[in-house]
Design a protein around this ligand. Structure first.
Ligand SMILES: [Zn+2]
Length: 262
């Protein structure tokens, strides 16, 4: 995303603002720490890039995401707008029937005359971006987690019971992409300008082509290299169809999470 990093970071910070830190004591479990601070286990794990919740060390300092923040509010959807060339907060405010002041407030913008092309702005109301998995989910592995062969995890793993509907998180065009690693996988070319990749489906629902926001496109499973593992949707966000970026800020806003974690 060209020139948008500062604002996106600002947005991400607002969504998973650290409420503090906690130094792990002998005998602590990640689940226990999560319960103590009222933070979903998956969120705590993701915030600290923990891929194995069973390997905590005494003295390890954990960032504790804000329990009372939007991340924990389980909002059903979040509306975002990617700033296009030539747009100003004024033109965006008019387009969405809101005010420059409200946009600035929602996005922590101090200088309303400086909004950068490519920045993703949060808006009020509506339903233009929904959780790709229906119902309560658990985030079990975050973006950037280490993978075999020196690879990095390019998405977020969203665990849910086998067969749970997978839906179009934005309106767009679906293309099925069955492959050895991802199993029953898909690309969703979103109307928001980004492309989304989902993998390990039990099965597809419906044909390729145009989909509405929230339309069922598959069911959660463990196909591909997840065979024998937990049922989850591996979910990637490819900014403007290019490099993968962390989808967590959007997922944390859009997905109701279970406190049971994995
Ligand atoms: Zn994954």
């Amino acid at each position: 995303m060209r020139g948008s990093r500062a604002l996106v970071l600002l947005l991400a910070f607002a969504l998973v603002a650290s409420a503090g830190t906690y130094s792990v004591r002998w005998g602590d479990t990640l689940g226990g720490v999560a319960r103590r601070f009222g933070v979903p286990l998956g969120v705590l794990a993701s915030a600290n890039h923990i891929t194995d919740p069973n390997r905590l060390r005494a003295g390890q300092v954990l960032a504790i995401p804000s329990a009372g923040g939007p991340a924990a509010a389980a909002a059903p959807s979040v509306v975002v707008h990617r700033v296009a060339r030539g747009e100003t907060l004024g033109t965006i405010a008019r387009r969405y029937r809101t005010s420059v002041a409200r946009l600035a407030q929602l996005n922590g913008i101090h200088d309303v005359n400086r909004v950068q092309e490519g920045a993703v702005l949060q808006l009020d109301g509506g339903a233009q971006w929904v959780c790709p998995v229906q119902g309560r989910v658990a985030f079990v592995s975050g973006y950037g987690a280490a993978r075999a062969g020196g690879r990095r995890h390019e998405g977020v793993d969203i665990a849910a019971p086998r067969g749970t509907p997978v839906v179009a998180n934005v309106a767009g065009t679906i293309e099925h992409h069955v492959n050895p690693r991802g199993g029953n996988a898909y690309y969703l070319k979103g109307d928001d300008g980004d492309t989304y990749y989902g993998a390990h489906l039990l099965e597809f629902v419906g044909p390729e082509g145009r989909v509405r926001l929230g339309q069922a496109i598959g069911r959660v499973g463990n196909s591909g290299n997840a065979v024998g593992g937990i049922n989850h949707l591996h979910f990637e966000r490819l900014a403007e169809g290019g490099a993968a970026v962390d989808p967590a800020p959007l997922l944390l806003r859009a997905c109701p999470t279970t406190s049971r974690g994995a």
